[in-house]
Design a protein around this ligand. Structure first.
Ligand code: GAP
Length: 463
């Protein structure tokens, strides 16, 4: 059996069909940054909206926020990012490839997550002595010691000098939750929420990742969907379990089976955290389970630090008991682009043989970029084209639709399969006489006749 190279196939389909393009290609590319084309943008927006619906719209205890990417630089000193948000970097002296020391060690079964640099170098030295340490790109054994590499991305925004220095550095946020902590007090005062409550936001984050080779899995510019839930510490255990379940169920609701997602429990916790679990998805394209979302019990560290550095009182006073305390926080943090990759990976199928072979993206229908494509059977019959246009104009008011009269019907089906459109509607001569059309289902390829007047209801039922 021929082994399918999923990473290659998904990457090339994503580009060919207008989901995701490598950035700045006409200038030779720009590593670890990607642009989203028409279908990629629609898919990403649908995932974002599905998350927002579950996390904000359907809940009474979570409100929304859209905070700025740039924040006062002290924010990131208070959070510890300026001093210690870094990864251990190893360079190949021969081919100049860059590697992460923890990733190298993990390939040898050595648990290296969040370990001190001295530990990493000691383990690398052992591999070096055993002649096992080699550059995965060129095979050279001439690799540097591991050194700390800051992931913070700097700018000189608003600075009167052209030169970027430590004094005028303003950071692009490395995670979106920083904005939530700074707007916690305003939100509390302005929206009449009471503890326990959450603030959710979706937005860009930037990290100077050392290694970013796995398509959109790890990029330098990406989007996060984060929610911070503020509560009294006595509720932590109960609410943490509740949020874990809520997030797990969200993945199940959008088609993930319990065999392809799993929990990963962090062994080494940040000093302020009491529990941290990741949801991992088994990527076909990456050959195994990888993190897509983190759910963390963060204690009162974030608000305490911002209170200390800003001099502002960020405590909460319970209106009934009068107790004054700094709220503790549960965080749910998912990467939107990573979820785009997860849903693409999950949906990607190659089916059939020879003439019947097709590539199809079997997205959950609610996430599909295009919900229905409308075709006239023949391009050169004006009455069919006019009827198909009329149906398209009616459906597009409610659903993201496409009109296509290019090539034969088989080719049009194949194209819609490759962008994951759940329904294709074909208008033929019977449609003109009887007022019905053929609706073809993406997954089963079954076709049925549906009255034009019933089409909107038909799609509403499925979508
Ligand atoms: N506020 C907590 C936080 O940022 P994280 O584990 O660093 O935690 C959360 O990131 C999620 O953001 C990850 O589970 C992943 O889905 C996504 N993410 C992190 N770094 C990323 C990157 N370089 N590219 C794409 N997604 C990333």
């Amino acid at each position: 059996m021929v082994k399918v190279d999923y990473l290659q196939n998904i990457t090339s389909l994503a580009k060919r069909r207008g989901f995701i393009f490598p950035s700045s290609e006409i200038y030779g590319g720009f590593a670890a940054v990607y642009d989203y084309g028409h279908y990629g943008t629609l898919l990403k927006n649908n995932i974002r909206d599905a998350w927002w619906r579950a996390m904000v719209q359907l809940r009474d205890d979570v409100v929304g926020l859209d905070s700025a990417i740039f924040m006062h630089p002290t924010t990131w000193k208070a959070s510890g990012h300026v001093d210690s948000f870094d990864d251990p970097q190893v360079d190949c002296k021969k081919c100049k490839s860059r590697w992460r020391a923890d990733h190298i060690l993990e390939q040898f079964g050595i648990s290296a997550d969040k370990q001190p640099i001295e530990f990493l170098n000691a383990e690398l030295d052992k591999l070096r002595q055993d002649k096992k340490l080699k550059c995965a790109n060129c095979g050279s054994t001439d690799l540097t010691q591991a050194k700390r590499f800051s992931l913070m991305v700097k700018s000189n925004l608003g600075s009167p000098t052209d030169a970027l220095s430590e004094e005028n550095a303003v950071y692009l946020r490395p995670e979106t939750c920083g904005g939530i902590y700074l707007e916690y007090k305003n939100t509390l005062d302005a929206t009449r929420v009471k503890l326990p409550f959450g603030i959710a936001q979706v937005g860009k984050a930037f990290r100077n990742e050392i290694v970013a080779r796995q398509f959109i899995f790890r990029t330098r510019e990406f989007e996060q969907m984060e929610m911070q839930y503020f509560l009294h510490p006595s509720m932590m255990k109960e609410k943490y379990e509740e949020w874990k379940q809520v997030r797990w169920n969200w993945y199940l609701e959008y088609g993930m089976g319990e065999d392809i997602i799993r929990w990963y429990e962090h062994e080494k916790l940040a000093h302020y955290a009491s529990e941290a679990y990741d949801i991992e998805y088994n990527f076909k394209a990456l050959g195994g389970f990888k993190e897509v979302e983190g759910i963390h019990a963060r204690g009162d560290w974030d608000l305490s630090q911002h209170s200390k550095f800003s001099g502002q009182d960020l405590s909460y006073t319970d209106s009934q008991s009068g107790e004054k305390f700094i709220p503790h926080i549960i965080e749910t943090s998912a990467g939107l682009n990573r979820l785009v990759f997860m849903f693409l990976d999950y949906a990607y199928c190659e089916e059939g043989e020879g003439e019947e072979k097709r590539t199809v993206l079997k997205f959950d229908k609610r996430l599909s970029p295009i919900k229905a494509a409308v075709f006239p059977l023949l391009k050169n019959k004006p009455e069919l084209v006019a009827k198909a246009r009329e149906i398209y104009d009616m459906l597009k008011l409610e659903f993201m639709c496409e009109f296509d009269d290019n090539g034969n019907i088989g080719k049009r089906y194949r194209r819609q399969d490759e962008i994951g459109t759940p329904y294709c509607v074909t208008v033929d001569f019977d449609s003109l006489e009887k007022g019905d059309v053929t609706v073809r289902d993406r997954d089963t390829m079954a076709q049925e006749r549906v009255k034009i007047s019933a089409l909107s209801d038909y799609f509403r039922d499925f979508l």
